[in-house]
Ligand binder design. Structure first.
Ligand SMILES: *Cc1c(COP(=O)(O)O)cnc(C)c1O
Length: 627
């Protein structure tokens, strides 16, 4: 029971199954269900994004611990530093938590745009590193000079010779008649000959968008020298792409970058003291041991970086460089969990209560009924085969006009019930045949979330995220599940996949609630999320733990309400407001008091977010509604 939903594979012990629920493996170990219910008790509906700062801290401290261990083990003289690349998650509830939990580490931020740079300048503690990558204009470079003047430890990485020329120009302008020279540290991003692997491999390799070729590096060197800026060239930078499932491409890139570093140093770039290895450190998203994405550990990763740099430094007789990393996915993924309520199951017609058996049924249907009531573990396989055989015959009889629609419906229900029952009975010895049958009886779960908003990498790249119910884990789930989101786009579907099956519970949503959790959604998903159908960022909350080990909810931000969503789209919200009011006022169908009543309802709805209320709530709504 312990390794349900592959929790041993992807959760890194952050979550555990305790009795019927999935719990946070920290302090008092609250369940995701009790946290979800506490938030819903405050009246919030729709999907919830829970953030766990202790998991951000865990990743940061693990990263430093492993690199420092490797440095000691190999007696490495260079230092280790790290920055968080803002593009991975810029949301304030995340960044503020990250800054708070990383104080002891001298951990910094990486920016790739002006807006990100402003976040970095205002959130990085003075002295901790800031790196600035991506394409830059003069203003962005000037911002780096301003940050330097504020006392920041900031490195501008040049992505092309033009940027270097701009740095030289800005440096002249900023340093006219100043006593103290104000010049940020300069880094050079190199264009690697080696490239990464996987769906995010494009960032490395010769055709990559970024970095300088060998020829350009030599030109940059000359230009820096000529402009008296060579003593500001401190860093060599590369980034080979995200979610690097294998270690081999990294090793190649390290050798390439290490040798470029050494060559520049020997040529005369004596201030050069750091290699920034970018991001790319992967995490395990798979729920199934057959589809694992990752073939190395952080320990191996750190050992390889330190060992290879040591080797190159030794053979080229230079000091061992300081190492910088910009791992983002590794730091941010695990901290966020999306919890979404299931709204409806779409195959309830296959319940026993839907049977329309007659006083006199066709003999094959009677037989199906007997198979279903007498199936047990010793006859399950045989009865299953018999029922599939009967299904074929009965469907043929229907096509030929010998049985009616009710008989056909009874056939479908009974065969499905038999398949389900035999899957349970034969459960422990799953065969190919059983797996194939499962796709036939899959259930559709309508889930109150938008895949476009909350899992854009699933939509765009086919990236899978671990999914599991947060309750009922003491009951064996038997429904092969397809998930539908609430957008009206058929791409918003996570289909049942025989290689990566997801089984969920049979639930009666009239009497019970059922929530699904989507894990490892803390990197990239939030800001890449699209407002398709105008579903916006879900309600989010920071879950912290106090000294007694109890959890506390902090900084709850509710999903945008309808009118603000429209305002954000640049609709004139006053005009919309006026028009709605006018149309109700002018209605010929409403009495005066009804008009007031309707207007009240309308404003209530406009003040809520666009996610659905549970179906149950809607039903109550309809009941107390009388025109
Ligand atoms: C995106 C990016 C990163 C982060 O990559 P991860 O795979 O999230 O670790 C680091 N550095 C640069 C330059 C990037 O563009």
């Amino acid at each position: 029971m312990k390794n349900l939903y592959g929790i041993d594979i992807w959760s890194d012990n952050n979550f555990i199954i305790k009795g019927s629920s999935v719990n946070i493996n920290y302090k008092n170990q609250p369940s995701l269900l009790e946290i979800t219910e506490a938030i819903r008790d405050k009246g919030y509906r729709g999907p919830l994004l829970l953030r766990f700062p202790h998991l951000i801290k865990k990743q940061i401290s693990t990263l430093y611990r492993e690199f420092n261990r490797a440095r000691e083990e190999f007696n490495y003289k260079g230092e280790f530093s790290a920055v968080f690349p803002l593009k991975v998650n810029q949301f304030p509830n995340f960044i503020n938590s990250l800054v708070e939990v990383s104080r002891e580490y001298n951990y910094g931020l990486e920016a790739g745009s002006k807006a990100e740079l402003i976040i970095a300048i205002t959130h990085t503690p003075l002295g901790s590193p800031i790196t600035v990558n991506g394409f830059k204009d003069k203003e962005m470079i000037a911002l780096c000079f301003i940050a330097t003047a504020m006392g920041h430890n900031i490195t501008v990485t040049i992505e092309g010779l033009g940027e270097l020329e701009t740095i030289i120009e800005v440096s002249r302008e900023f340093n006219i008649d100043s006593k103290n020279l104000i010049i940020p540290k300069i880094g050079i991003r190199i264009r690697l000959h080696s490239s990464g692997i996987g769906i995010w491999a494009k960032s490395g390799g010769y055709s990559s968008k970024f970095g300088l070729t060998s020829t350009e590096i030599l030109e940059a060197y000359e230009l820096l020298k000529k402009s008296n800026l060579l003593d500001r060239l401190l860093m060599i930078h590369f980034h080979i792409g995200s979610q690097m499932g294998e270690i081999a491409p990294l090793k190649k890139a390290l050798r390439e970058a290490g040798n470029i570093y050494a060559e520049l140093k020997k040529r005369g770039a004596s201030a050069l003291n750091a290699i920034n290895i970018g991001g790319g450190l992967a995490i395990e998203y798979s729920q199934h041991s057959s589809t694992k994405e990752l073939n190395y550990s952080l320990k191996e990763f750190a050992n390889d970086v330190i060992f290879l740099m040591k080797e190159i430094a030794k053979s080229k007789k230079i000091d061992e460089p300081n190492i910088f990393t910009e791992s983002g996915r590794f730091i941010a993924s695990s901290h966020a969990v999306l919890i979404a309520p299931v709204l409806e199951l779409f195959s309830s017609e296959y319940h026993e209560k839907s049977l329309r058996l007659k006083d006199k049924n066709p003999p094959l249907i009677k037989e199906l009924y007997d198979l279903w009531t007498s199936i047990n573990s010793s006859n399950a396989r045989e009865y299953l085969h018999d029922s599939l055989d009967h299904l074929d015959s009965l469907l043929t009889l229907f096509d030929l006009g010998y049985i009616d629609l009710e008989d056909r419906s009874n056939t479908e229900i009974l065969v499905n019930l038999i398949i389900k029952k035999s899957i349970i009975l034969l459960g422990s010895n799953d065969t190919n045949e059983l797996q194939r049958l499962q796709s036939r009886i899959q259930e559709k779960y309508l889930v109150n979330f938008s895949a476009f908003q909350s899992l854009p990498d699933f939509w765009g790249l086919g990236q899978n995220f671990p999914i599991m119910p947060i309750d009922k884990l003491d009951i064996k789930p038997t429904n092969p599940a397809t998930l539908w989101d609430i957008t009206c786009d058929s791409d918003g579907e996570i289909g049942f996949n025989r290689d990566r099956p997801l089984y969920l519970h049979n639930i009666d949503l009239n009497s019970d609630e059922y929530f699904l959790a989507f894990f490892l959604t803390g990197a990239y998903q939030e800001v890449l999320g699209m407002k398709h159908n105008l579903f916006t960022h879900p309600t989010e909350v920071v879950v912290k733990f106090n000294e007694d080990g109890e959890y506390e909810l902090d900084n709850l931000i509710e999903a945008q309400n309808l009118i603000d969503v429209l305002d954000d789209m640049d609709y004139n919200k006053n005009l919309i407001d006026k028009q709605l009011k006018y149309m109700i006022e002018e209605s010929k169908l409403l009495s005066k008091s009804k008009k007031r009543d309707f207007l009240g309802k309308l404003y209530l709805y406009l003040s809520e977010n666009s996610y659905l209320k549970t179906i149950q709530a809607n039903r109550e709504d309809i009941n107390d509604y009388s025109i």
